[in-house]
Design a protein around this ligand. Structure first.
Ligand code: GLU
Length: 466
């Protein structure tokens, strides 16, 4: 088992590409002696920047998809590609051709639209690579032999193409530079790749690559073309659906293990209702033969849910450490440093309400940084005389609570609701807004206990003084 991930570094690593990388990685790591190689297909020299390469490597590292050996770069193999082209020409398996798209069209008009273009005996064939009177050099086309080309695909089963329908493919430009289908086949062959696992968007390239293998007298690898990813609305996945690249998922506060788990189950799974599978179990159980042919739906809401489960599975201490790292990266280091106990408590009382580490600060940041500024919440719960009277009563009640624990605060405030003959919400919400500035927070008793009596009273006094 020798597989590769072969991204073109023309932008960020999208979730579809990440899933292809993951399936290759799972195959290699799940097989004794399996190798997972990385080949950067940088032949588009303008768009393949070092920054894009680094971004992709970074995304793979973050996901924990380690590759074997050094990353390979396709442009480094150009001399080898040219050597193969020369050999194919010398063997009569390829020829120089000046045929244009119009020539191919005219050929089909004459021979039938379903006939592949054959240029070896056509007037557009050139004897050699020399330029014509206008200085234009001929391209190189591969001779398509009679017969059939069978794509053996572990996801889609065998597909047979009749060669008669295939045009002699162009495998090098007039300047002698190799084209994609030649380069990929030669590189996979030279690297000893046994399984090519990639997106279904490459399906139309595969028969051409198989013709290159055949022309070189080599056995082709097996293929697995992965179905496309759609958004929850069934349309092709795009930015519209939310985070679409690994970088964006990372910035949105997802955990790599949750992303790996979710991507693995997009299109693969033994049981329909299974949602949580740890990485080592994925490695053990992944079976490329069980990948579905149908498009899979990438639903960020489901990923969120799963991420929440992974967050809580870290336990309060683990989660507090993860969140502390994230908050320092996000510039909140000063607010949390030296307040480990408060952070631990804040995490403990927030964990059920957060799905990503990004959700923590908007929910619980007030515990560290003071009430947030939510004009609407204040107008609703801190302005009427009735609410202010309830808040004053709550202040006096809380001042006497001893010890200042969640249970004691809870019991005292609930009793107060009865004493005031008020609705619970008209007592609890003013307290909540006084403490947090807003209506969305961890539980109000938990928040008060986390802040401690002094700070709780101070915040209530400040709210009443406004
Ligand atoms: N470089 C191609 C891409 O990024 C992948 C080619 C392959 O996997 O064969 O789409």
């Amino acid at each position: 088992m020798r597989v590769r991930f072969a991204p073109s570094p023309t932008g960020a690593l999208h979730v579809g590409g990440a899933r292809a990388a993951l399936y290759n990685w799972l195959l290699a790591r799940g097989t004794d002696g399996g190798r997972f190689l990385l080949r950067i297909e940088d032949t588009d020299r303008e768009r393949s920047t070092p920054e894009n390469v680094e971004q992709i490597l970074d995304a793979l590292r973050w996901l924990g998809l380690d590759w074997d050996g050094e990353p390979d770069f396709q442009t480094r193999h150009e001399p080898r590609h040219r050597e193969v082209l020369a050999q194919l020409l010398a063997d009569g398996r390829a020829y120089h051709s000046r045929a244009t798209a119009e020539d191919v069209k005219a050929y089909k008009a004459e021979h039938g639209a379903d006939r592949g273009f054959r240029g070896a005996d056509h007037p557009t064939r050139a004897a050699d690579g020399e330029p014509d009177a206008d200085g234009r050099r001929p391209a190189i086309r591969l001779v398509v032999p009679d017969g059939e080309t069978v794509v053996r695909d572990l996801v889609r089963g065998d597909t047979t193409f009749r060669n008669v329908h295939m045009d002699d493919p162009v495998i090098a430009r007039g300047d002698g530079s190799p084209l994609y289908n030649l380069a990929v086949a030669v590189d996979d062959l030279d690297a000893g790749i046994t399984h090519v696992v990639r997106g279904e968007d490459h399906l139309s390239n595969t028969p051409k690559q198989l013709l290159v293998y055949a022309a070189l007298g080599a056995d082709p690898p097996l293929f697995a073309h992965l179905p496309l990813l759609h958004g929850p609305d069934g349309k092709k996945l795009s930015k519209r659906h939310g985070a679409a690249s690994v970088q964006e998922l990372r910035e949105a506060g997802y955990l790599p293990d949750a992303v790996v788990n979710y991507l693995a189950l997009l299109g693969w799974g033994d049981e329909d209702d299974e949602t949580e599978i740890a990485r080592d179990e994925l490695v053990r159980r992944f079976d490329i033969g069980r990948v579905s042919k149908n498009p899979a739906r990438f639903d960020e809401q489901k990923l969120k849910w799963l991420n929440g489960r992974y967050l809580r599975a870290q336990g309060v201490d683990g989660l507090a450490a993860t969140i502390a790292d994230h908050l320092r990266d996000a510039g909140h280091g000063d607010a949390i440093d030296g307040r480990d106990e408060l952070l631990r408590t804040a995490v403990a009382i927030s964990q059920e309400k957060i799905a990503t580490v990004d959700d923590f600060w908007p929910l619980a940041g007030f515990l560290f940084a003071g009430p947030v500024d939510d004009e609407k919440a204040r107008a609703k719960f801190l302005t009427s005389e009735a609410h202010r009277a309830n808040l004053r009563a709550a202040r006096d009640a809380l001042a006497a609570v001893e010890p200042f624990t969640v249970e004691a605060v809870d019991a005292r405030l609930r009793a107060l609701v009865g004493e005031l003959d008020a609705k619970a919400k008209d007592v609890f919400q003013p307290v909540r807004v006084a403490l947090s500035g807003t209506t969305i927070s961890p539980g109000v008793f938990e928040s008060a206990a986390a802040l401690g009596r002094d700070e709780t009273l101070r915040r209530i006094d400040a709210a009443l003084a406004d």
